[in-house]
Design a protein around this ligand. Structure first.
Ligand code: FES
Ligand code: MG
Length: 575
């Protein structure tokens, strides 16, 4: 691998035409913006700003960026802030996942095209940090990740609540008739009351934790809540470190090694992290050429117990994890299972860093020890079988134990809209034993929305049914829970077997055996396969490029031409 490390002030780098004139022109325009030669002789640190009114999770970002800028200036650098698109999970249709790869591509190109010696990418909401890590993987300047940090919790009717495992739980109560219209409206105002990202171990918290574990964020950066001074001080340190890295570059590809991913997969299992992280880490690994496979998640999870007591797998919230010492103390608890020689952007080996971190303190119960774990190994499992030949995933720690081995008749929905219309229809033949199957919700079919955790039919919910087996090619929110098999690959829209299921077919889930099977004989499936319609591809624009080039979930649902050279296959290799 050749690493084109920057050698001087980024403002001098230009690649076309009359170099002297190009520099003169840049100087003229930057002079007009108030920069003098003293400014421009400093290392330039680009700071990606994803502030947007359409992204409430990022409303604390302006203050955080001020802190990063101060750190850059203190260390003798010149901070230059630039915008990229911002992906607000709750306000994007049809799904934010459709735009993760677009943000990754935009960020990669802007870091490359603009003159900077290092970059700090500031993210937070679910898809932003994965996209920024994907972008970083191909960067030829050092890149640090920083996050807005989680929200603080609130109370509702005397009970501690937060976004958004409790959103789902309370909405479930409303659907079953346990809560009325008035109370659910009051709950709406109580769940997300400060700046920051969802404060359970959902996707945002999981990916912040992954960024820190991978070594792409300075230690202690995943957990400080958004409104706190801890968060701002981490921003200052990040700014200072970015200047050091601009002077002595360490590139993301030197950090995103197989050891880094090994540690990340350990931590993902130990926190009972979001299933979305599986798709994101696969995509990041393929861009970095680190070689992670879907099977690795199962292998590592099988030997890693659940150590962190956060919703949706446990009880607490991110502020509890932060007070307990955050990711460094968790890594300390996991130390015997980690690759300690890994060196992140802090510049020291993980082993050296952990020598200075205390064991989990006795006064807290959020981070447990390997001797006294919260749950057994296997928080995440990869299953495969005739319904998902290339694999599917299930978050065992958020599932119902008695349903992990279950055979039941399928009730099939052709789209999330179809499910929304028919789930509560009294005419739909569904019982607590049914297996709810959702299809056409994979990467090609629909951009892979978080539709996999189908709601329990209202009638059954009112009877006290709280969980059922659900199977799909969709994702589910990291804040969700239930016995939900996700990311079935290949998806139905590209001919996967999910498309062949009919109402009443028996589906068998056996997590112990890591199997998900459709109990229909092959001759019948061959007949059905012949009748399958070809998928519709969007006619134009980003959605067409996406549908034509997105890989399946077990490969990370990235655009196929964005992978690292060795992972792309012969077709894209230059002669
Ligand atoms: Fe933005 Fe949860 S919706 S982090
Ligand atoms: Mg989410």
């Amino acid at each position: 691998m050749t690493t084109n490390k920057p050698t001087g002030a980024a403002r001098g780098m230009t690649a076309y035409g009359d170099v002297g004139f190009s520099r003169f022109l840049r100087g003229a325009f930057l002079s007009g913006a108030g920069f003098d030669s003293d400014d421009l002789d400093r290392p330039i640190v680009g700071i990606a700003d994803l502030t947007s009114d359409f992204n409430p999770c990022h409303r604390g970002m302006p203050g955080l960026i001020d802190s990063i800028k101060r750190g850059v200036a203190e260390a003798g650098g010149l901070p230059m802030v630039f915008p990229t698109m911002s992906l607000g999970e709750t306000l994007l249709s049809p799904t934010s996942m459709l735009f993760r790869n677009l943000l990754a591509m935009e960020t990669e190109e802007l870091v490359r095209a603009q003159p900077m010696d290092a970059a700090v990418l500031v993210g937070g909401c679910d898809k932003t940090v994965p996209a920024q890590l994907m972008a970083a993987a191909s960067s030829s300047v050092p890149v640090l990740i920083e996050v807005t940090g989680p929200m603080l919790t609130n109370t509702f009717e005397g009970e501690r609540v937060g976004a958004c495992t409790d959103c789902r739980r309370l909405w479930g109560k409303f659907r079953s008739g346990e809560m009325d219209e008035q109370r659910i409206r009051e709950a709406e105002g109580a769940l997300a009351t400060t700046s920051g990202t969802c404060m359970v171990m959902g996707t945002a918290s999981t990916m912040a934790t992954m960024a820190e574990t991978l070594g792409m964020m300075l230690p202690g950066g995943a957990t400080p809540p958004s409104p706190t001074g801890d968060r701002l001080r981490h921003g200052v340190r990040t700014g200072r470190r970015a200047v050091e890295l601009a002077r002595e570059p360490v590139l993301p590809r030197e950090v995103l090694t197989p050891d880094a991913f090994h540690n990340a997969l350990r931590v993902l299992a130990a926190v009972g992290g979001s299933t979305n992280a599986i798709v994101h880490l696969l995509a990041i690994s393929r861009r970095a050429g680190a070689g992670v496979t879907l099977q690795d998640f199962d292998d590592i999870a099988r030997e890693t117990p659940l150590l962190v007591d956060l919703k949706p797998s446990g009880r607490g919230y991110m502020e509890d994890l932060h007070r307990a010492g955050g990711v460094p103390v968790l890594l300390r608890a996991l130390r015997p299972l980690l690759r300690l020689e890994h060196r992140g952007l802090a510049g020291r080996s993980l082993g050296d860093l952990l020598d200075e971190v205390p064991d989990p303190a006795p006064w807290q119960s959020t981070i447990r020890s390997l001797d006294d774990p919260l749950g057994p190994p296997g928080a995440l499992a990869v299953v495969s079988g005739s319904l998902a030949p290339q694999g599917a995933v299930i978050k065992v720690s958020a599932a119902t134990g008695s349903l992990l081995q279950h055979t039941g008749p399928a009730v099939v929905f052709d789209s999330p809209e179809d499910a929304a219309q028919r789930l509560d229809d009294p005419g739909t033949n569904v019982t607590a034993d049914s297996v709810l199957v959702l299809r056409n919700a994979g990467p090609v079919g629909a951009g892979m929305p978080e539709a996999g955790s189908l709601p329990i039919p209202r009638r059954l919910a009112a009877e006290g049914v709280t969980d059922m087996v659900r199977v799909s090619d969709a994702r589910m929110s990291g804040t969700s829970y239930g016995t939900v098999v996700l990311h079935c690959s290949p998806e139905s829209a590209v001919g996967g077997p999910l498309g062949l299921v009919r109402d009443g077919d028996l589906v068998r889930l056996d997590v112990e055996q890591r199997r998900i099977d459709l109990l229909v004989d092959e001759a019948e499936l061959a007949r059905r396969r012949a009748d399958q319609p070809a998928p519709e591809v969007p006619a134009r624009g980003w959605r067409r490029l996406y549908a034509e080039t997105v890989t399946q979930a077990h490969l990370g649902a990235d655009l196929d031409f964005m992978a690292h050279d060795e992972d792309r296959g012969d077709a894209l290799q230059p002669e």
